[in-house]
Write a protein of this length. Structure first.
Lengths: 296, 799
């Protein structure tokens, strides 16, 4: 195994172009596990740790430009207001040591359905900036996950940043595991209210071959909120709407039975998380946030 | 002596010297290894290094049951850096080993009987080279039908896991796929059942728990000039290893010199051999030191687990709450090799009644041979599975009788003088009712601890914890109780002894005692209390603990809660003999100067010979001068008897330990997630030799019981008999967020038969913790829950 250590982003892109099978490594929290378990022996490892720009972030008007290697700890501590869903998700990632090393780029690169960041990115809305010697492009998060542990990257491309929409309303994130900390998701759910566009977005993790949005559930809820004037009147969402939303989220899941949980449980838990998060975020919207937004 | 010519490898444990002015029996002296372990400086067995050493690597079977058609090692052998590739054909002597039965192949021959069985062995100059070479070995298997449970083991046409058995249980078992069967009959259960107003039957399933010690199996074998081997290894019982290793190497025991290396936890999982023989074979074959270290994945295949069990119970009670009878059948899955299954069967049978008075019982426990992973010793040893079942039964009976579950248990609680189903009287304190009273009397932990002033909920205090699944929704509190009984020490007529060599001499004008035993310090704190005992008995301040090795007699295993009793007892006994010798020297030297030398009761205290009236007669330094006194003696607990193979009668146990728990849990009833809020324990410890260590043992045992209640299970695919979760990613053990407050209330009711009155403490808390948590979850959910661990699916109807 050759260990490539580019000193700059340009060198990294050149190395990836020359060795398209090279596996990028930053925090190593996924890759090292796979290597230790002998699940894969890549010909080349491409070490991105010398590339400073991957560890930088910038808060813009609309988006947060998050470097692929910004560790979860910093997201939790520095970006709680701008990216509340992702900050909550970051909090559930493994242990403090892993959170100090791992970043969103690794979750996206591995594209495991169990990656903790995915539901939060799907719910917030994001674009993944990828680059190669041929140039850069932005992949909408909805089009990023293409299969089990597969993503839309070309072999010569590297993940540079993720442009995540700044929160314009409350966001939530939950993960079910059979331990109260340091656990891989049995399933996960993220929800974001977007009062500016009067839409709700969701993300489901570990309950389908890829991270997915519960689009039918979103469409149903968007219509129901509009119809009932909820965004303006800030009324409590009726239990029947919440239940149907939760049921549609459950239905969106397409889980499997495995050693961590049954498909039936995963579908059930997605519904419970969806209903609870709708309650939590809506309560928050009805309270201080809505008056700040000046929705009326 | 060969010992003096050894090259001592880096990382070999050094002598632990304690130098306190106080620190005798009953004080919470601090561990000499504590700071080193907390700061990461302690040398564990995996840290050892030797110049020119090679690395050993095992190739393990990828299937559970198969004939080995062929093994091709040629490609592996041709690799650069590879020094040896061995199969069973290359073994120098005996091909099998085992603690109770010699049924375990050093390297598989003929067939493999479980997933992950060692088949071939590599030594190379780098661990990665060794791993790659092992992967190049080609093995052709012809798969055989699988034996995975009682039905397949005992089917009329069942394939035999072991043919031609000749072990000591093979003559009496009803089927060759049964390792051992122990029935116990007392009274007349059918007749007594007629007096019952309620009868409760239950079927319970206990999952396969792993010891999950943090330091994986590892050690270093160094070939010696005399053709022998010096072996540094982390184990629970040096001399039991030695007895099994030497015949497989074709060496006399004195040529296999073993030294204890730093142990990273054990819990029963190091009682069997792991890499000891294999590393020695490679060292002797290559003439080079060989180190072997399992990684975490391999560790799950590298040691036995707790027996999974099916338990069938029937209890009856009168309407005033008196138990009438009990019938039970306990089926323990021993897996492919016997390990200590037969003893686990004896324990499960003899303790299946629990700490209750029931005169009329019919008990049967069997241990199976299957193609599942081998199971053997783990903290609680057969009593854990039984306690899970009989405590569930007690709650069901109390509910049927509309009685308080604690009161119902107290009505039936065993006490001193109770006769066990084996006919053995309980002849020391058995404060079962009192322990229950104490945990019940504790104030309840406050409700809704997740609520904070003004801000959002503190999710750490909620089921789901940091995963943020509930802000209080669906959360219901439940409370449950359990109590258990565990035997202490080795039972059923086993000649259980320990050996202590004590040396007393004067160094720089100060009397110093050296304690040399083969006791395995596996984290239980033995080295701490050994020094305490020597200080108390010999009146010296300075005690040196010699590293444990086989240059002294056996200490027996660090298991069955026996070391403080047994090696503590051996040290006390040897110290008493040393004391007499010191006094004898003193009498000869100074007897004529003071009449008290002849007339008074004399003690050693504060470095002096003193009378029982407190008068100092001489310093120990003056008595001994340059003379050293050294004593090595074996010490035994009172003898026990085998259980009769038909009636189960016999005084089989040495001592009993009792603990009770109250569990307070909060369950997210919609998501099926559990947060244990508090697990209060009350236990009789006989005598707290080191109170801090006592509390630590009880809290640790309690947590291990919690683990198997809500998360810990090795999952074996019934279709393939393969382990599905051999990693800490999917075999979950409790984190600190899963560990509740554990208030400990211990009694010190001395056992008159035991040194200082001690009672083994490490195991009892592991028994009652699990059923208490289960009872609390049942209380919160109203569900029956007959299987442990409780998974979210069982709480949400989504199995």
């Amino acid at each position: 195994m050759d260990f490539l250590r580019p000193a700059s982003w340009e060198e990294a892109l050149a190395a990836k172009a020359e060795h398209p099978t090279a596996v990028p490594i930053a925090g190593g929290t996924d890759i090292m596990v796979e290597i230790n378990f002998d699940h894969r022996r890549p010909e080349y490892l491409l070490d991105l740790n010398r590339i400073e720009l991957l560890r930088e972030w910038e808060v813009g008007e609309e988006n947060v430009r998050l470097g692929a290697s910004v560790p979860y700890t910093q997201i939790m501590e520095q970006l709680r207001a701008e990216l509340p869903g992702l900050a909550l998700a970051s909090h559930t990632v493994a242990s403090p040591q892993i959170r100090n090393r791992g970043g969103v780029g690794g979750n996206l690169g591995t594209a495991s359905p169990a990656g903790d960041a995915h539901p939060a990115l799907l719910a917030a809305g994001a674009e993944v900036e990828v680059e190669s010697v041929r140039g850069n492009r932005f992949i909408p998060i909805d089009e990023f996950y293409t299969g089990v542990k597969r993503n839309a990257l070309q072999p010569d491309e590297l993940i540079k940043t993720v442009h995540i929409k700044k929160a314009d309303g409350p966001q939530q994130y939950s993960k079910v595991g059979t331990r109260n900390a340091m656990v891989i998701a049995v399933c996960a759910f993220g929800l974001a209210l977007h009062p500016e566009t009067r839409t709700v977005r969701t993300g489901i993790g570990s309950a389908a071959p890829t991270p997915i949005r519960a689009k039918e559930a979103e469409e149903f809820l968007n219509a129901a909120l509009e119809e009932g004037g909820f965004w303006d009147n800030g009324k409590i969402i009726t239990p029947s709407i919440a239940k149907q939303f939760a049921d549609l989220c459950s239905a969106a899941a397409n889980p499997i039975d495995d050693v961590r949980g049954t498909a039936k449980y995963r579908r059930h838990a997605v519904g419970i998380m969806a209903r609870r998060q709708l309650g939590w975020t809506w309560e928050q919207y009805r309270g201080a946030d809505r008056t700040l937004e000046g929705a009326a | 002596m060969a010992q003096n010519t050894r090259t001592v490898p880096v990382g070999t444990p050094t002598e632990v010297t304690q130098n306190h002015t106080k620190g005798g029996v009953g004080e919470s002296t601090l561990r000499p290894d504590g700071t080193l372990k907390v700061t990461g400086e302690f040398a564990y067995s995996s840290d050892m290094w030797h110049e020119d050493m090679l690395w050993g690597q095992i190739l393990r079977s990828t299937v559970a049951h198969a004939e080995i058609v062929s093994i091709d090692t040629s490609e592996a052998l041709s690799m650069d850096g590879v020094y040896a590739v061995l199969t069973h054909e290359d073994l120098p002597a005996a091909k099998n080993y085992g603690m109770e039965f010699q049924d375990t192949p050093v390297l598989a021959y003929g067939k493999v009987r479980h997933h992950g069985e060692p088949v071939a062995l590599v030594a190379a100059d780098h661990p990665e080279t060794a791993r790659r070479a092992a992967a190049k070995i080609k093995i052709e298997y012809k798969e055989l039908p699988l034996i995975t449970d009682e039905a397949s083991a005992l089917a009329p046409d069942a394939i035999l896991v072991h043919e031609n058995r000749d072990d000591h249980h093979s003559g009496h078992v009803p089927h060759p796929n049964i390792v051992h069967r122990q029935p116990i009959f007392r009274g007349n259960a059918d007749e007594a059942a007629k007096k019952a107003d309620v009868i409760v039957k239950g079927e319970y399933t206990f999952g396969m728990q792993d010891q999950a010690f943090l330091g994986p199996e590892s050690g270093l074998a160094v070939p010696a000039e005399d053709g022998g081997v010096d072996l540094y290894v982390a184990t629970q019982w040096l001399h039991s290893d030695l007895k099994q290793i030497a015949p497989c190497l074709g060496l006399p025991e004195e040529k296999v010199r073993m030294t204890m290396a730093g142990v990273g936890g054990a819990f029963g999982g190091r009682e069997d051999i792991s890499m000891q023989i294999l590393a020695s074979v490679l060292a002797l074959r290559t003439g080079k030191p060989v180190k072997m270290v399992y990684n975490r994945y391999e560790s799950f295949f590298g040691h036995v687990h707790r027996h999974p069990a099916k338990l069938y119970y029937e209890h009856g009670a009168t309407k005033d709450g008196k138990l009438t009878h009990m019938k039970c059948k306990i089926v323990l899955d021993g897996g492919a090799y016997a390990s200590s299954t037969a003893s686990v069967v004896g324990n499960a049978a003899s303790l299946s009644v629990g700490p209750y008075v029931i005169d009329d019982v019919e008990i049967e426990a069997v241990g199976l041979y299957t193609n599942n992973p081998p199971c053997g010793a783990m903290r609680g040893f057969g009593a854990v599975q039984a306690c899970f079942a009989y405590e569930a039964q007690m709650d069901k009976l109390a509910a049927r009788l509309d009685m308080d579950p604690v009161e119902f248990r107290q009505i039936n609680a065993m006490e001193q003088g109770t006769i066990m189903p084996t006919g053995q009287p309980v002849d020391s304190p058995a404060p079962v009712a009192e322990l229950l009273r104490r945990v019940k009397a504790r104030p309840m932990p406050p409700e809704r601890q997740w609520e904070t002033a003004g801000e959002g909920p503190d999710v750490r205090a909620l089921p789901g914890g940091l995963s943020n699944t509930s802000h209080g929704e669906g959360v219901v509190r439940g409370v449950g109780y359990a109590v258990g009984i565990k035997n202490v020490g080795f039972s059923e007529g086993f000649d259980d002894y320990s050996t202590a060599k004590i040396r007393m001499e004067v160094i720089n004008g100060e009397p110093v005692a050296t304690v040399h035993t083969a006791m395995a310090e596996v984290g239980q704190g033995g080295v701490t209390i050994h020094a305490q005992i020597a200080r108390t008995e010999l009146g010296v301040q300075q005690v040196t603990i010699h590293p444990a090795d086989t240059q002294v007699g056996s200490a027996g295993s660090t298991s069955a809660g026996r070391q403080t009793y047994m090696t503590g007892g051996a040290i006390k006994n040897s110290c008493e003999i040393v004391r007499e010798k010191v006094l004898e020297i003193g009498r000869r030297k100074f007897g004529s100067y003071h009449p008290a030398w002849a007339t008074a009761e004399l003690l050693l205290e504060g470095g002096k010979v003193v009378t029982d009236g407190g008068e100092a007669l001489a310093t120990i330094a003056d008595v001994l001068e340059d003379q050293a006194v050294e004593v090595e003696e074996e010490w035994r607990h009172r003898p026990t008897q085998a259980f009769d193979l038909v009636t189960g009668q016999g005084n089989g146990h040495v001592q009993y330990a009792f603990a009770a728990h109250r569990a307070v849990v909060e369950v997210d009833t919609e998501l099926g997630l559990v947060k244990v809020i508090e697990l209060a324990c009350a236990q009789d410890v006989g005598k707290a030799v080191n109170p801090l260590s006592v509390v630590g043992q009880i809290q640790g045992g309690t947590t291990q019981g919690l683990g198997v209640a809500v998360m810990e299970e090795i999952i074996v695919d019934p279709k393939t008999a393969k382990v599905k979760n051999p990693s800490f990613t999917d075999y979950l053990i409790p984190t600190i967020l899963d560990t509740p407050t554990i208030p400990v209330d211990y009694l010190e009711l001395a056992d008159p038969n035991a040194p200082y009155g001690v009672r083994g403490i490490g195991e009892a808390p592991t028994l009652s913790s699990t059923p208490a948590v289960l009872a609390a979850i049942r209380n919160a959910t109203g569900l029956e829950l007959n299987k442990t661990p409780v998974r979210p699916e069982a709480l949400t109807g989504t199995l």
